[in-house]
Ligand binder design. Structure first.
Ligand code: NAD
Length: 434
């Protein structure tokens, strides 16, 4: 195996996991971030995000001398063989992707590199961005070196990021020269994974098309779930029946309170925006976005029809993160619902989440009471909302709601419980599509 000197820009879910996994596969890696506190934390062997197995691999590779962290980008980039960009591309108010972090890194790279280098964009970027990044770096190059840009979109899912990287279903590389293709192939050679090599624009599109397809699948099931409620069918049985068809597949068939997280919401809107820029209406993706927006607040709406007020009512919230296995709260349905509850005069909210509490506290430091067990949240509560299907929440037995709550009224956004079992326990239970 050929060992490469790799720098990674950005140590979020994508950059840090990529850096750690490249080191684990034998490359020499330096991870760069602008956040000094984060870099200090990582140097101490502490993982700044909640992600299974990541901290152990960070410590191992740091100790073995293949992995380091810095804010000093100049030193990190100057003699790197390849620089992977993993900074954020958040959504802007109009739905387009904010490329300012990509631009800053590109400028820093242009001003720092002292030898020929392959710049690899891992962040999710609109089609054509790689071309612009290459031109921008060339325009601002300080030294007489050769630089080329390649696309290498990331497909990891938060919560299983390390596994998804080390055992990825496929690696997509988008290049415009044989040289860049060969280098990227060699970097990924020790992973022993299927590699799909295409041009840069196709690689960029593969990422959006994949994410938006999954978002569409979720919204489709939520749409069908809403119809199930109206016609007396059960979405879980429907999904089970569909799942046996290999053309449909068993994954992503769970109806619920909509997708959240840092990717699906912004990547659907970004593709919709991109299509509009080209005079095209991307109707399927637009539908996914619309269904999701309504789905996220469906349970709140149901609860407001049932309650005369939320003021003075003890509300238990179980689960805050957008899904289990992560501490990420970006676009989590819990936020939309808490926002609505507060606007509607709720003043007695008790929330439980096994890992999301600290991040939620940054948004709502005083408006909510945070508790360390589901039982504390449920004690004497009048209403319970379930927003995330953490194992700790799935483990709560139906009789506990009856026993602990003042009035057992449960709105379950993740279809954790059997409808009949809850009814038999004497719980007023509302879920999705059943
Ligand atoms: P993140 O927000 O968690 O992390 C971005 C990091 O970049 C931050 O630590 C920030 O401090 C750092 N940063 C900003 N400017 C920098 C600079 N100039 N130099 C060095 N570091 C800098 O982002 P993320 O969730 O890891 O996502 C990164 C990209 O990957 C996005 O485009 C996203 O769409 C894509 N992606 C994310 C996921 C996911 O599950 N989170 C999966 C696939 C793809």
């Amino acid at each position: 195996m050929k060992q490469y000197k790799i720098a990674v820009a950005g140590t979020g879910y994508v950059g840090l996991v990529a850096g750690v996994c490249f080191a684990e596969k034998g490359h020499q890696v330096i991870c760069v971030d602008v956040d000094e506190r984060k870099v200090e934390t990582m140097k101490q062997g502490i993982c700044p995000i909640y992600e299974q197995d990541l901290e152990e691999l960070m410590q191992k590779n740091y100790k073995e001398g293949r992995l380091d962290y810095t804010t000093d980008y100049k030193n990190a980039y100057k003699d790197a063989d390849a620089i992977f960009i993993g900074v954020g591309t958040p959504e802007q108010p109009d739905g387009s992707a904010n490329l300012s972090y990509i631009a800053t890194v590109s400028r820093q790279i242009a001003e720092s590199i002292e030898k020929d280098c392959l710049v690899v964009v891992k962040s999710t970027v609109p089609i054509g961005t790689n071309d612009k990044v290459e031109q921008f770096i060339k325009d601002f190059l300080v030294n007489d070196v050769k630089v080329e840009v390649a696309s290498n979109p990331e497909f990891l899912a938060q919560g299983t990021a390390v596994k998804d990287t080390l055992q990825a279903k496929r690696i997509i590389i988008g290049t415009e020269s044989k040289e860049a293709e060969k280098k990227l192939m060699e970097i990924y050679e020790p992973f022993k994974l299927p590699i799909v090599s295409v041009n840069r624009r196709s690689a960029e599109m593969i990422k959006y098309a994949s994410n938006d397809f999954l978002a569409l699948k979720i919204s489709y099931m939520n749409d069908i779930a809403n119809l199930c409620e109206l016609v007396g069918a059960n979405i879980q049985d429907v999904a089970k029946g569909m799942s046996y068809d290999p053309r449909i597949g068993a994954n992503f068939l769970n109806a619920g309170i909509g997708y959240g997280g840092s990717c699906f919401p912004k990547d659907t809107k970004a593709l919709k925006y991109l299509a509009k820029q080209h005079g095209y209406k991307l109707k399927t993706v637009e539908a996914a976005v619309d269904v999701n927006a309504e789905q996220k607040v469906k349970l709140f709406k149901k609860a407001s029809e049932r309650m005369i007020t939320f003021n003075g009512v003890k509300i238990a919230i179980l689960g805050l993160t957008f899904k289990p296995g992560t501490d990420d709260l970006r676009e989590a349905p819990s936020i939309d619902n808490v926002e609505l509850l507060l606007k509607n005069n709720a003043n007695n909210i008790y929330a439980y989440d096994p890992v999301g509490e600290d991040n939620f506290k940054k948004r709502y430091p005083t408006e909510i009471n945070y508790v360390s067990t589901p039982e504390e949240a449920l004690k004497d509560a009048n209403i319970c909302f379930i927003f995330t299907e953490w194992n700790e929440i799935k483990a709560i037995k139906p009789e506990m709601y009856k026993k602990l709550m003042k009035t057992p009224l449960v709105y379950d956004g993740r279809n954790i419980y059997d409808v009949k079992e809850m009814k038999d326990e004497g719980i007023e239970y509302y879920s999705i599509g059943r």
